[in-house]
Design a binder for this molecule. Structure first.
Ligand code: 5GP
Length: 134
């Protein structure tokens, strides 16, 4: 179980979040890739022609506690799994985007660290200015 970071006021990891249930096999997913470090599956509500999620097998709420608390082996294994997933999705040649939301301003919905892989068509600019407050 990951530890809380100093100054981190968010609630502790919830073992009943939807991705924890997917990892335990309690909820199905469309699997793309799996190894000892990570699981990759299609997003249920795709925002791009190809939209997949990669999640670590252990309990981290977001990029922040993952990169603070996970071992070097876990971090390396996780990002190699992202790369494997990109290759399996055939996104190398035409390009893709990786994205990880942390916290309220980023609109993080599921508090189990995940990297979005988006591709399969032109993705436009990174930030939709119509959605951001100025
Ligand atoms: P976030 O906003 O937390 O970065 O992204 C959470 C993502 O998880 C969203 O893109 C959402 O569509 C996806 N998602 C939520 N529930 C499920 C689910 O039960 N199955 C799958 N495959 N994706 C989910």
């Amino acid at each position: 179980m990951s530890k809380n970071m100093p100054n981190d006021t968010r609630s502790p990891y919830d073992p009943d979040n939807i991705f924890a249930k997917i990892l335990r096999g309690e909820i199905p997913c469309k699997e793309i890739y799996a190894d000892d470090y990570a699981l990759c599956f299609h997003d249920v509500n795709p925002q791009a022609p190809v939209h997949a999620l990669v999640i670590p097998r252990n309990a981290y709420r977001s990029f922040s506690d993952f990169t603070t608390d996970a071992s070097n082996e876990e971090i390396c294994g996780f990002f190699r799994a992202v790369k494997q997933s990109v290759q399996l999705l055939n996104l190398e040649e035409d390009g893709y985007r990786l994205l990880a939301n942390h916290g309220e301003h980023a609109g993080q919905e599921v508090d189990h660290f995940h990297v979005h892989i988006c591709g399969g068509g032109s993705l436009g600019k990174l930030i939709n200015k119509n959605n951001s407050s100025s």
